[in-house]
Design a protein around this ligand. Structure first.
Ligand SMILES: [Zn+2]
Length: 418
C-alpha cells in the first residue's frame, strides 16, 4: 500500500506552510466553499473501445467537453463486485476483501451476487472504508442508485439514501431517481448511478453483436436524459460527473470450454467457483498437493497457481478469502465441467470478463466532465485504484489508506482544482 498523497500533504502541512501554497484548492480550510457535487456513474462491462462505435453520442460529447482516458485498467480479477469496491475504496481486491463475485469465508460462509443476506452483511465489506462512509463522517450527504456494498451496514454506516438492487428498474427510472435526489433541499454531495444492460448483453451474446450495440444506445439515451435533466436544473457545469466501467468484455466462442473434471477428480477438492477464474480448496483426507502438481503443470487454455505463487503483478493471493488453488482461463475461454455443460444444454455465456487485467479486452471506460475537469483532454491509461484518491480530492475528504496514486490522475483536473 502506498501512503496517500493527501496524507503526505497533511503531514507536510503540519511542519510547513508550503503545502498550502502548492495545493491551494485542497487546503482543508473551514471557510472554503462546499465542493461541487460528484456523481459517479458505472456502466457495467463498457469496454474502453466501445466508445468508438459511434453509438454513445452523449458520452462522446461529455468526453469532448471534459476528459477521456484511452482506457482504464481494472484490478485483478476483472470482475464486477471486486472492481466496484476497488473504485470506492482505492484498494486492490486482495486488500479490500471482495476478492471475487463468489467467495467462501471460514466464518461467514458463502458469498454470491444473488445471495441477498450475504451481499447486505457488512462483515464481508468491512476490511475497507468506502467513500460514502468517509463522506458521512465529514457531513457530506450521500445517495446511491445501486453500487455493490451500499446495501450493507459497513462499520455501522449506510449511504444516507440507497436502494436495494432491483434489476427491473429501467435506465431512465434510475436517472430520474438521481435527479429527484438532486432536487432535495439538502442536496447530496456524493451520488452513484449504475447501469447493467451493456454487461448483460455482452455476456449473453458476446461483445461484437447487435444486441450489445442496442444496449449501448439504450444506456446512452438514459445518459442523454440525465444531461438534459442536469441542464434544466442549471447543474451541468456545476456538478462533477465521472462515467466509467468496472471491466471490459471478451468474446468466448461456444466451443471454448476447459473441462476441468477431465483433468482432476473434483470430488477430491472443495470447489469455490468455476468460470473465468476457478478456485479450489483442499478437502480433508484428500491429496491436494497431487492435484496442485497436476494443474500447476502447463495446461491448455488456462494457468493454475497455488495462491502463494500468483504472479506479483496481479496483486492477488494474500487474502484468506482467496482459494488455495486458482485456475485462470486464457482470454476467450471458460473453465467449467462436463456436467454443467450438459445441464446448460450448450447455452453458455458468449462473453466473459475476469481475465488478466492487462488484456486489452478487459480495459474499461473512463470519461469525466464538470467544473474540476479539463476540457477536451485525452489522458493515457491508468489503474482504477487511482479513481478513489481523485474522488476524495474532489470532495475535499481525507482519503483512507489506499493503493491509488492521486499524482497519476491530477493532470486531468484544471489547475485551480488540482
Ligand atoms: Zn459481467
Amino acid at each position: 500500500m502506498k501512503i496517500p498523497f493527501r496524507l503526505l500533504c497533511c503531514l507536510a502541512l503540519a511542519f510547513s506552510a508550503g503545502c498550502a501554497t502548492q495545493r491551494p484548492a485542497v487546503a482543508p480550510a473551514a471557510s472554503q466553499a462546499a465542493p461541487s457535487p460528484l456523481l459517479l456513474i458505472s456502466i457495467d462491462g463498457y469496454r474502453a473501445d466501445y466508445l468508438q462505435r459511434g453509438l454513445s453520442p452523449t458520452l462522446e460529447q461529455l468526453a469532448r467537453d471534459g476528459v477521456r482516458a484511452v482506457g482504464m485498467q481494472p484490478s485483478f480479477p476483472s470482475l464486477t463486485f471486486p472492481n466496484h469496491y476497488t473504485l470506492v475504496t482505492g484498494l486492490r481486491p486482495d486488500h479490500h476483501g471482495i476478492v471475487n463475485n463468489t467467495m467462501l469465508d471460514p466464518q461467514l460462509g458463502k458469498f454470491t451476487l444473488s445471495n441477498r443476506k450475504a451481499v447486505s452483511d457488512g462483515r464481508w465489506w468491512s476490511e475497507a472504508t468506502p467513500l460514502w462512509e468517509t463522506a458521512d463522517q465529514h457531513g457530506v450527504r450521500t445517495a446511491t442508485m445501486f453500487w455493490p456494498g451500499t446495501e450493507a451496514d459497513i462499520h455501522g454506516r449506510h449511504p444516507d439514501q440507497w436502494l436495494p438492487y432491483n434489476g427491473a428498474l429501467t435506465p431512465n427510472q434510475r436517472v430520474d431517481q438521481v435527479l429527484a435526489w438532486l432536487d432535495q433541499p439538502q442536496r447530496p454531495g456524493f451520488l452513484t448511478l449504475y447501469f447493467d444492460g451493456v454487461d448483460h448483453a455482452g455476456h449473453t451474446y458476446g461483445p461484437d453483436t447487435p444486441e450489445v450495440n442496442d444496449a449501448l444506445r439504450e444506456t446512452d439515451a438514459a445518459l442523454a436524459r440525465l444531461v438534459e435533466g442536469l441542464r434544466r436544473r442549471g447543474l451541468i457545469d456545476r456538478i462533477n460527473v465521472i462515467v466509467l466501467a468496472d471491466h471490459g468484455m471478451a468474446p468466448v466462442p461456444q466451443a471454448n470450454s476447459v473441462l476441468i473434471d477431465k483433468l482432476v477428480p473434483l470430488d477430491d477438492v472443495q470447489t469455490v467457483g468455476f468460470g473465468v477464474l476457478a478456485g479450489f480448496n483442499p478437502k480433508p483426507g484428500k491429496d491436494f498437493a497431487a492435484i496442485e502438481r497436476k494443474l500447476e503443470a502447463p495446461q491448455q487454455h488456462m494457468q493454475c497457481w497455488d495462491k502463494t505463487r500468483v504472479p506479483v503483478r496481479l496483486a492477488y493471493g494474500h487474502n484468506p478469502r482467496v482459494p488455495q488453488l486458482l485456475c485462470l482461463a486464457d482470454v476467450g475461454w471458460r473453465i467449467t465441467t462436463t456436467a454443467f455443460l450438459a445441464q446448460k444444454h450448450g447455452t453458455v455465456s458468449l462473453g466473459e470478463h475476469g481475465y488478466d487485467n492487462i488484456d486489452p479486452r478487459m480495459q474499461a471506460l473512463f470519461v469525466a466532465h464538470g467544473p474540476a475537469f479539463e476540457r477536451g483532454v485525452v489522458v493515457k491509461p491508468f489503474a482504477n485504484v487511482d479513481v478513489y484518491p481523485l474522488m476524495a480530492h474532489l470532495l475535499n475528504l481525507p482519503p483512507a489508506a489506499n493503493d491509488g496514486d492521486y499524482g497519476a490522475v491530477r493532470g486531468m483536473l484544471r489547475p485551480e482544482a488540482r
